[in-house]
Design a protein around this ligand. Structure first.
Ligand code: WT7
Length: 693
């Protein structure tokens, strides 16, 4: 074994589900060699209304040349995910167990909800959805802050067989409109507003704009249900004097507070735009329905949810996950990757609007009957110690966050951490991008006190759950390596010609066999599903990432091999940003590349060629930054807009992006540029860099 290996803490190993690499290998082999047996033992812990057939447990085709690509697990069996997450746990005596602690943006604002109460609220909201005409298979869009109601809305969809399509509430109205029109949602569930740090965001008015824009795409949302979140916050702001906040046991979800024009204080009135006949207050609707609702039994291969992820051609892809396989996979990865044991308090900081929030705030934890924290705020409010104070407050045992957050918090040194007791921690997770060894070590030493295992989890929206990850208490860790495959997963590295690389080497990261949680299709576009993921190497699912296998067999994910960028763990395509830039009337052409960034991991560096006769000015530059921010979302804000009198193109017209990446970092070793139509442009671009370094 090479140097720089961190062995798991012995006391954790003793109690871990998987105690050694020998045990891991045994189970991993079984998962690949006796796949049916391995997963059916797990499936047997869940309720199936119609049982699965062990002799027809799963089937797949990954080879486009042999027919349509398809993946099926436990087809023919019926179940209900919501029933397995809530009713089953309540029936097993866990009704009074806390499912979620809620920690608001304001530290004075907190609450909790038990499994029993969650089930009751879900039943009510299921009845609300039914009263609005939602039936099995219908799509319901959700655009919400991190409040209990987002979980309630998701699980209500699952309960009645509707398909939720959550759009992260940091996306612009354009992005929301495009996604709602693509999935043709009947209903949109949202909230009046939310505080992010000290900023108040009126998300209902953003939804109104989006619903209008969706009409331009030919889709009309018939119902919009709005959670009244702001008065709740306002009440706590008003009453919190340090002794008495809104910290009641359960937030009263049906309380009566005046609506519409809400006067927050003497000089601020907050109004919620309203369309009668389309818009309904959540609490009004919830008061009128029964607190019980029989679950709809759905087939294991019926859709559970869809979630959009960026595509390299610009148009977002509606990744579709189904019922049975996703449930097994979210549940199993949660249990082993976080080494979850009853009594643990788990906290994943991801927003529910991303796949991490779906699998590891909602589905995985609830499937295990876990208690988790849902956090509405940011790591920096009211101060930079907020994460550590939340860990201390709830005695969090497993903490799951992103490298970009770790790097941002590292900047403030150890002092904010030292003010809090974080000794409850046992497992630290990382997700979203490769974690650089420096951030890994800081996390390991200062947060984990060299006692915690770090799970650097590699996966994608498409994979449904972790696919390459260390297991706490088991895997010797190498900072920056996601290490070994999860059960049921066999990573393969291919060279450019599609030949499998054995042993040490680097290549395309692909898989030739499905695990239960892999996506089944892109919503409404199976052709695109096949062409994006399965056409480059027939027989293999292509992740779009490159990876290296070292001399000890560890996998190191090296990053995207396609035109995708990963900014603070948010995946986006160069094409989508370029198309926004070129929409500006003064812009003729644009090319976007990623540049390494100390906190965000990567940032957007944009080259812009103005129209003939237009001068490139700081005003144009700031208009473009604003335009990208408004069209996609704040997380997509470019760091640099550079004037490009021309772009480096080959004679066939293809932009040579590697040259632009060199310009972005001011590295003059540009390599061979002899195929460029005009080599001089490269020098021009270096001269035009807006920065000195
Ligand atoms: C892409 C998927 C999976 C949930 C969050 C992002 C990158 C993610 C890691 C990791 C190296 C990682 C990959 C992947 N990525 N986790 N631990 N090490 N790279 O989901 O938006 O679908 O993005 O994020 O490039 O393909 P996503």
């Amino acid at each position: 074994m090479s140097k720089n290996v961190y062995l798991p803490y012995a006391a954790t190993s003793e109690k871990a589900h998987i105690k050694s690499m020998v045990q891991y290998r045994k189970m991993h082999n079984k998962s690949l060699e006796s796949t049916e047996q391995f997963w059916s033992e797990i499936a047997s812990q869940f309720h199936w209304e119609t049982p699965y057939d062990i002799n027809n447990f799963y089937s797949y085709n990954f080879d486009v040349t042999k027919g349509p690509v398809q993946v099926k697990w436990m087809e023919g069996a019926t179940t209900n995910v919501c029933y397995n997450l809530l009713d089953k746990n309540v029936r097993n005596g866990m009704g009074d167990k806390v499912a979620f602690y809620w920690e608001g943006n304001d530290p004075e604002d907190y609450s909790k909800i038990t499994y029993k109460k969650l089930l009751e609220e879900v039943c009510r909201f299921s009845n609300v959805l039914k009263s609005k005409g939602v039936v099995k298979g219908d799509r319901v869009a959700i655009y919400m802050p991190m409040v209990f109601e987002i979980v309630i809305a998701m699980l209500s969809c699952a309960r009645i067989g509707a398909v939720h399509s959550i759009v992260f509430a940091g996306f612009s109205s354009d992005s929301l409109a495009e996604r709602m029109a693509d999935c043709k949602c009947k209903v949109l569930v949202t909230a009046d507003s939310v505080y992010r740090g000290d900023k108040l965001l009126n998300i209902k008015s953003l939804c109104d704009i989006a619903m209008d824009k969706a009409k331009n795409f030919g889709h009309e949302v018939s119902t919009c249900i709005v959670v009244r979140h702001l008065p709740r916050l306002y009440r706590s702001m008003n009453t919190s004097n340090g002794t008495n906040g809104s910290n009641s046991d359960i937030i009263d979800l049906h309380s009566d507070v005046p609506i519409l024009n809400i006067t927050l204080n003497d000089n601020l009135t907050f109004s919620v735009p309203w369309t009668d006949g389309r818009d309904y207050w959540w609490h009004d609707e919830m008061d009128d329905v029964e607190p019980s609702c029989y679950p709809v039994w759905v087939s294991a291969e019926d859709p559970l949810f869809m979630l959009y992820t960026s595509g390299s051609t610009g148009k977002p892809k509606g990744v579709l996950h189904t019922t049975g396989g996703y449930l097994l996979y979210a549940a199993t990865t949660f249990k082993y990757v976080f080494d979850y044991h009853p009594g643990d308090i788990y906290w994943c900081t991801a927003d529910i609007g991303w796949i991490t929030g779906h699998s590891y705030v909602v589905y995985g934890p609830l499937a295990n009957g876990a208690t988790s924290v849902i956090f509405e705020g940011t790591p920096f409010y009211p101060d930079n110690g907020r994460y550590w104070s939340v860990i201390e407050k709830y005695k969090v045992t497993q903490f799951y966050t992103a490298p970009t957050a770790i790097r941002a918090l590292m900047k403030f040194g150890e002092e904010p951490v030292k003010k809090h007791n974080v000794d409850s921690l046992k497992v630290l997770g990382s997700v979203g991008e490769p974690i650089n060894p420096e951030a890994w070590l800081w996390y390991y030493q200062n947060i984990g006190k060299e006692r915690c295992s770090i799970a650097d989890t590699f996966w994608q929206t498409e994979t449904g759950g972790h696919v390459i990850t260390p297991l706490p208490g088991c895997t010797p860790m190498k900072p920056g390596s996601a290490s070994f495959p999860f059960f049921g997963v066999k990573p393969i590295l291919l060279d450019e010609s599609g030949k499998e690389i054995e042993g040490v080497g680097e290549g395309y990261l692909v898989f030739n066999k499905p695990w239960p949680g892999i996506m089944r299709t892109l919503f409404g576009n199976h052709e695109r599903f096949q062409s994006v993921y399965f056409s480059k190497f027939p027989g293999y699912y292509c992740t779009g990432d490159g990876a290296r296998r070292d001399e000890d067999g560890y996998f190191w994910v090296t990053g995207r091999v396609d035109d995708m960028l990963n900014v603070s763990g948010h995946l986006m395509s160069t094409a989508e940003v370029e198309s926004v830039l070129t929409e500006h009337p003064d812009v003729s052409e644009a090319a976007v590349v990623s540049r390494p960034h100390p906190i965000k991991g990567e940032c957007l560096y944009c080259f812009v060629t103005p129209n003939h006769g237009v001068t490139f000015t700081p005003k144009l530059s700031s208009e473009l930054v604003k335009k990208v921010r408004e069209s996609i979302g704040p997380f997509a804000m470019p760091d640099v807009i550079q004037h490009a009198p021309g772009l480096p193109k080959t004679r066939s017209g293809k932009i040579m992006r590697r040259v632009l990446r060199k310009v972005a970092v001011n590295d003059r070793e540009v390599g061979d540029i002899s195929t460029l139509a005009d080599e001089h442009i490269v020098e021009e671009l270096f001269k035009n860099r807006p920065e000195k370094s």
